[in-house]
Design a protein around this ligand. Structure first.
Ligand code: G3I
Ligand code: 9MR
Ligand code: ZN
Length: 610
């Protein structure tokens, strides 16, 4: 059984080590002790390999953000009882990792039942502690926690790694994660493409570039739209702090901020998906998913896939290009006016196409079984396009379209996070309210702001009342639920732009803490981040057997009560929604990585930069 050590590059001035077992295609493995504690690791009983963490022998009952806590913000760790009738511990200590000195003692809150996970949860609040360093918790009768940092800019490296995660998804170019992650590289992939029968065209069309969508090698316009849009928004909202962060990508040092360089890699591919008539093909994928091979070994033809009938392109894809092209036109203008103009021109042509074809929807044509990203209603995509084009150009036609159509989408703001790959109405509404345009309608702007801020207060209250301190409701544990958690964070950070309120920022960060280890599994859902990260993403490059472990910086989809894969379907029937997760390669419905939830993670982390 291969067991190998993966060294993480220094985080917050310390060196973290983890030992990772690696069994492509097979179940996860942890130490025997953790085994008994983790029902979610189904199938693992087959491979109870001994596994020594270089990290401490931490108790999974104690849940911390394995990255850390900002110096001056709230600092809360959680602990769960083995059974509802166990005697609850009463006290906790915070210890300095370097010399095990106790730096703080505190009292735990009484246990609180969490219906979404079935856990009894107690909180250890050490917010009064303000000294930078590396620490862990000890809870008498339970054990110790993973190490975590307390620091000023504690999430900067995680932001860097999450953005580098996008770089690792680059298609059509050789990728090398560099000396920080030796061995994580691949030669240029997917160098050839062609029109599929369903596209209305014939012959070769390479369209080299873009990001692989997820664990598969497809490139899908609709998901590219929300992901690239979210990344560009992170720049627009947090650019001042992002500007200085170099990502060590091939373009670094070219005078353009690296987050924009990375976004442009995908934008360039998106632009290539536009037909001469302005319409945009829905996706470029093989006809069926490839096996678990490295990118360069996937030799299935990469096909431009259309709707199979006139006009062949889809409205959601086309409107998404219009929206993202319009954002690109604004943000690239100071750095590359020519590219900005090209993006705007593409956006205008795309918009014009959607006026002609306002709702051509997409379903997989015969013989095609890759991701569908089928969306029955492209009206929200069109609203987003109009709003972004209006914000960029100030032209009355876009403003008029927006004002005629926005009101019916206002209620989407009442149920955060609302936004998803199929529902971009919140992006449309928010961009209108963020625009500060002279011709903007004051009533519309006020309604959007008020509803967002009101809903954000409700989310804050729910987050504070939730034993895990997260915004998630039972129904939020869907495919990509970690993206829902990040989406709540994004919602709160947008509300914070409209009406600055520290409680919005804290609650956004609470959802980030959940993703980074303060959850029922005591698992960091970002690969190679923290001392106990998940290990077996449904991710072909990671599962190809060519790399020593999972590619770094990638967010798992997370618990999914929909159970749309065989691994989840085999879990105990009565598992509460938050527990329906398996750190197994085969669990594409709970453990795939994907650019849309990765983008929401980047947005959240960008909001944390100091
Ligand atoms: O449409 C119903 C809706 O009516 C209902 O209320 C809701 C309840 O959960 O379910 C909705 O359908 C869900 C749909 O997403 C829309 O959200 C389906 O159950 C669910 O199976 C579907 O999941 C999508 C999945 O592909 C399967 O199509 C995920 O959102 C989407 O993120 C995922 O994307 C895949 C790509 O296809 C391929 N590449 C990887 C990527 C990530 O896994
Ligand atoms: O790998 C695929 C993943 O990207 C998709 O999200 C998922 C749902 O469409 O499908 C995965 O592919 C699986 C396919 O649907 C069924 N056979 C097994 C494939 C994964 O090994
Ligand atoms: Zn590729």
């Amino acid at each position: 059984m291969p067991v190998l050590a993966v060294t993480l590059a220094p985080a917050q001035g310390e060196s973290l080590h983890m030992a990772a077992s690696w069994f492509p295609f097979l179940a996860s493995a942890r130490s025997g002790r953790e085994l008994s504690l983790s029902v979610f690791l189904a199938g693992l009983l087959l491979f109870p390999a001994a596994l020594a963490h270089g990290a401490p022998d931490a108790s999974l009952a104690i849940k911390v953000d394995q990255v850390g806590y900002p110096l001056n913000g709230p600092k809360v760790a959680l602990v769960t009882l083995p059974t509802a009738t166990s005697a609850p511990p009463e006290t906790f200590q915070v210890l300095r990792s370097s010399d095990n000195a106790v730096v703080l003692r505190g009292k735990l809150t009484p246990p609180q039942a969490d219906p979404n996970s079935g856990d009894q949860v107690q909180a250890a609040d050490f917010s009064s502690f303000h000294k930078a360093g590396t620490y862990y918790l000890r809870i008498p009768g339970v054990g110790r926690s993973w190490n975590f940092a307390v620091g000023k800019n504690v999430f900067e490296r995680t932001y860097y790694l999450a953005m580098r995660g996008f770089y690792g998804q680059r298609c059509g170019i050789a990728v090398d994660m560099g000396p920080e992650f030796p061995g994580y590289s691949h030669p240029a992939c997917h160098q050839h493409g062609e029109f599929h029968l369903s596209s209305g065209a014939k012959g070769p069309r390479d369209n080299i570039g873009g990001w692989h969508d997820a664990g598969d090698y497809g490139r899908y316009m609709v998901n590219s739209g929300i992901s690239t849009g979210t990344m560009l928004w992170a720049w627009e909202i947090f650019g001042r702090k992002l500007k200085k962060i170099q990502l060590n990508i091939p373009e670094t040092g070219n005078g353009t901020p690296d987050i924009l360089n990375e976004a442009r890699w995908n934008l360039a591919w998106m632009l290539k998906m536009q037909d001469d008539d302005g319409g945009v093909w829905h996706k470029q994928t093989s006809e069926h998913f490839s096996g678990f091979v490295a990118p360069e070994d996937d030799k299935l033809p990469s096909e431009i896939i259309g709707t199979g009938a006139t006009p062949y392109k889809s409205t959601c894809a086309t409107a998404d290009l219009a929206a993202v092209g319009a954002i690109a036109a604004r943000v690239f203008k100071p750095y590359d006016a020519k590219f900005a103009a090209q993006a705007l021109e593409a956006a205008r042509r795309a918009w014009a196409w959607t006026e002609k074809y306002p709702n051509v929807t997409f379903r997989n044509p015969p013989g095609v079984s890759t991701g569908e990203y089928g969306d029955a209603n492209c009206k929200d995509e069109r609203l987003w396009a109009a709003a972004e084009l209006g914000r960029t150009t100030g032209e009355a036609a876009f403003n008029d379209f927006f004002l005629k159509n926005y009101a019916e989408f206002l209620p989407t703001l009442d149920s955060p996070p609302a936004e998803s790959w199929s529902q971009v109405a919140p992006m449309a509404l928010w961009t209108y309210a963020l625009a500060h345009r002279k011709g903007s309608d004051g009533e519309a702007v006020a309604a959007i702001r008020q509803r967002t801020v009101a809903a954000a207060h409700t989310v804050v209250d729910r987050t504070r009342a939730n034993p895990y301190l997260i915004s998630m409701k039972a129904k939020d544990y869907v495919w990509g639920s970690n993206g829902v958690a990040a989406g709540y964070g994004m919602y709160l950070l947008i509300a914070n732009v409209f009406a600055p309120d520290p409680s919005f920022v804290d609650a956004a960060r609470d959802n980030l803490h959940y993703l980074l280890g303060r959850n029922t599994f005591s698992l960091s859902w970002v690969t190679q981040v923290g001392e106990n990260p998940f290990l077996h993403p449904h991710h072909r490059p990671s599962g190809s057997g060519k790399q020593p472990g999972p590619w770094p910086g990638l967010l798992s989809g997370g618990p999914n009560a929909g159970r749309q894969d065989a691994v989840l379907a085999a879990l105990p029937k009565d598992l509460p929604p938050a527990k329906v997760y398996a750190d197994q390669l085969a669990s594409y419905a709970s453990n795939e990585i994907c650019i849309n939830w990765q983008a929401s993670l980047v947005f959240l982390l960008a909001g944390e930069l100091r």
